[in-house]
Design a protein around this ligand. Structure first.
Ligand code: ADP
Ligand code: MG
Length: 394
């Protein structure tokens, strides 16, 4: 059976390495770096490759630019990377297609080249094979350490490894091994907490979780679609009405599998743009017309808390409320503390917004695995593999 070779198993040295890195840091409104966890998570791989005298050419995307857009330049990343690796020169390659070939030919061991935001090239998302070949031509080997990108069938993720010896990085290894070990034979009770807004991106996963988990706790905007499926009035709350039928079907399926889908029994209603007034707790059958549900209520917190406290395996993705407004982040904080305080359980937490909601908190070390992947983690749990992982198997 084909499998991935990770860089600490492969014995290569003195190579030109194309590293698919994850530098997709979160940005402040003025486009400076808000949180550089993604860069830090790739440092072990970068340092390992450098120690073995390889010359690094990093490929990454930042945010979602529509074509070339200087706001999303990797300049900020290059600067930060240099701060972490002060003895190395870190150079941004503005356009690798038109760059002087000498830049690559003369690269020294003490120089890291970072290609400009790869999403500036429309070929990237199209997984254009000519584009992939041009990227591959820059190096001798390919290494992927961008777990959070592995669900994407893009050129730098699945295209390039077709043309080069391909390896997995150390972050990729940790993500794949920890998540696989946890979900292959989950200790019971297995509790999944799913929040966030868009149910569309998570509904197949919830379906899969009803087969795997004992409890699926649903909060956040997507809980509203389930409440709607139950026939509750949800006022002006976020809801995807076209998914209500699917939600109803899931509730039915879960009942057959003896999995409990636990929905909020009370919610905090309020004004999303007002943080002065903390909102009001109402039962789900008493949501007034026109009200907006923005967080789980106290009874729901107690219910979720009791289930999380008894869990042996926990997976959490998605804030259970509109946490960007501090008035509506209490439910999400509560879920976080409930998980951190259950030291008997193996816990996996992931998702871009989920991590943003908890990134400055104490006790993060008490969570077994904080995944860098959002969509990638969910799809990996659902399918057991990802296109970017398959592309590395030789
Ligand atoms: P992740 O990135 O962790 O996978 P999602 O992107 O699915 O999470 O969802 C996060 C978003 O969901 C946040 O912007 C949050 O404000 C929003 N959200 C959560 N609960 C609600 C709610 N009740 N109403 C509106 N938005 C919500
Ligand atoms: Mg998100």
């Amino acid at each position: 059976m084909s499998k991935i070779t990770y860089i600490d198993e492969a014995q290569f040295k003195n190579k030109r390495v194309l590293l698919r890195a994850d530098f997709d840091v979160s940005l402040n409104p003025n486009y400076t770096i808000a949180d550089d966890a993604r860069i830090r998570n790739n440092l072990p791989t970068i340092q390992y490759l450098l120690k073995n005298h390889n010359r690094l050419i990093c490929v990454a995307k930042l945010d979602r630019p529509k074509g070339r857009d200087s706001k999303f330049s990797l300049k900020v990343v290059v600067k930060r990377l240099h701060q972490y690796l002060p003895v190395y020169k870190v150079k941004l390659v503005d356009d690798f297609l038109s760059a002087d070939k000498k830049l690559f030919a003369n690269q020294t061991e003490k120089e890291i080249l970072v290609l400009e935001n790869i999403r500036f090239y429309p070929e990237e998302k199209k997984n254009d094979s000519r584009f992939s070949k041009k990227l591959a031509a820059l190096s001798d080997v390919y290494v992927n350490d961008a777990f959070a990108m592995c669900h994407r069938t893009e050129s730098s993720v699945v295209g390039v490894p077709r043309y080069l010896p391909a390896y997995g990085g150390l972050l990729l290894k940790r993500e794949i091994e920890t998540i696989t070990k946890t979900i292959k034979k989950p200790k019971k009770p297995f509790v999944a907490i799913i929040g966030g807004a868009k149910i569309e991106t998570k509904i197949t996963l919830i379906g899969k979780l009803t087969e795997m988990a004992d409890y699926v706790l649903v909060g956040g905007g997507l809980a509203n679609t389930f409440l709607c499926a139950h026939g509750y009035e949800i006022g002006k709350s976020y809801c995807e009405y076209e998914k209500v039928a699917k939600a109803r079907q899931l509730l039915f399926l879960a009942a057959q599998k003896h999995t409990a889908i636990v929905l909020p029994s009370d919610v905090v209603i309020g004004d999303p743009n007002n943080s002065e007034n903390g909102g009001k707790v109402v039962k789900v059958d008493q949501i007034p017309r026109g009200a907006v549900a923005l967080d789980i209520g106290s009874e729901t917190k107690a219910k979720f808390g009791a289930i999380i406290a008894k869990a042996k395996t926990i997976i959490w993705n998605g804030p259970v409320g509109y946490f960007e407004n501090p008035a509506f982040r209490r439910g999400t904080d509560f879920v976080y503390y409930a998980i951190a305080h259950n030291q008997e359980a193996t816990s996996i937490v992931g998702g871009g917004d989920t991590l943003a909601a908890i990134s400055s908190k104490e006790y993060l070390g008490k969570i077994t695995h904080v995944s860098t992947g959002g969509g990638a983690m969910l799809e990996f749990i659902e399918k057991g593999t990802l296109p970017g992982i398959e592309a590395l198997k030789k």
